[in-house]
Design a protein around this ligand. Structure first.
Ligand code: BDR
Ligand code: CA
Length: 309
């Protein structure tokens, strides 16, 4: 049966690579892209998503969604991805109109149309998804699975010592999504740190594929590369959203996972947005989340190269 995929993204440099992979792999199975504020303000994210879509000559609709988190002011990651979110390398990112309609309504419509088969992939804060669940609670039964890039399974964060960016930006939204009985697959930042770091030599190899896609994919990580060197000590840059996308492609991407229940810390301070995983067998909550613990780096690299060729 043909898969039906809807992606929700706060499009910046690593989201852009994940989108390139999705366009290549899913083609017309990709039914829509919703954008949410996160890495960059909403309108910048919309323009970035449309830039990537146009780069590969696709017509997938791009919808603008929430411009701020449910209960907190937006704090972007422009220090990580650049002012334009795409590494500030002067890409000709336009000022285009997104498709008509709100991303939340587009997701609700897609879930109706492909009820039971729609698969959702989230690459940003969960604001749009939480709003969709609040507006139409049955959506959690219509969506077959939701792949979530976010959180950490080892509690080593990239925004605070414990918290990952997507969960940290809108913890109240993440709380709604993780408490719901939506079937979820969580690919945390630990997976990116362990299996999706691209060092300078590998970046050169990717770039030398010689396509425009490959050049954009590598060069747009410029600000991220500096951030990794100065802040996280990562030897190169890491690609959280792209490795999450490889998990969407196939079970082959996953080496080890565990079914569990996840809760989100709503505290302020260093535990804001932290993912709390109950590993006990007798956990009192339903285990609605499969947490990816180990990934297949070779599979990810193969898919990455294939989509940039
Ligand atoms: C996540 O946060 C963003 O900066 C990336 O796009 C990714 O979705 C990693 O923590
Ligand atoms: Ca993202």
């Amino acid at each position: 049966m043909k898969r039906r995929i809807f992606i929700d993204t706060d499009t910046a440099s690593d989201d852009a690579v994940a989108l390139l992979m999705a366009f290549e792999h899913f083609e017309s199975s990709l039914v829509g892209i919703g954008v949410v504020a996160g890495n960059v303000p909403l309108q910048q994210g919309v323009q970035n998503a449309m830039f990537v879509r146009d780069l590969v000559n696709m017509l997938t609709p791009v919808y603008a969604g929430a411009s701020e988190p449910i209960a907190r002011p937006l704090e972007t990651a422009q220090n990580v991805h650049g002012q334009d979110g795409m590494g500030d390398i002067g890409l000709p990112i336009g000022q285009n109109f997104a498709n008509q309609g709100h991303a939340v309504d587009a997701l609700i419509d897609a879930a109706d149309r492909y009820s039971g088969s729609l698969e959702l992939v989230t690459l940003g804060p969960l604001t749009n998804i939480a709003l969709a669940i609040s507006e139409k609670p049955e959506i959690v039964h219509q969506i077959k699975r939701c792949f979530i890039m976010g959180g950490t399974s080892d509690n080593i964060g990239n925004v605070t010592p414990f918290s990952e960016f997507n969960m940290w930006v809108d913890p109240e939204a993440a709380d709604i999504v993780f408490r719901s009985c939506l079937r979820k697959v969580m690919i945390g930042w630990d997976i990116s740190r362990k299996y999706a770091v691209i060092n300078d030599e590998e970046a050169q190899i990717l770039r030398s594929l010689g396509t425009e896609k490959a050049r954009v994919a590598v060069d747009s990580q410029k600000v991220l590369r500096q951030f990794c060197e100065q802040e996280t000590g990562i030897d190169g840059f890491d690609l959280p959203d792209p490795i999450a996308m490889s998990v969407v492609f196939s079970d082959e991407a996953v080496i080890r996972s565990i079914a569990s229940s996840v809760r989100i810390s709503l505290e302020d301070g260093s535990k804001r947005g932290m993912t709390i995983i109950d590993h006990r067998d007798n956990a009192d909550h339903e285990k609605t989340t499969v947490i990816v613990l180990e990934c297949n780096r070779q599979y990810f690299m193969d898919k990455l190269i294939q989509s940039l060729r």
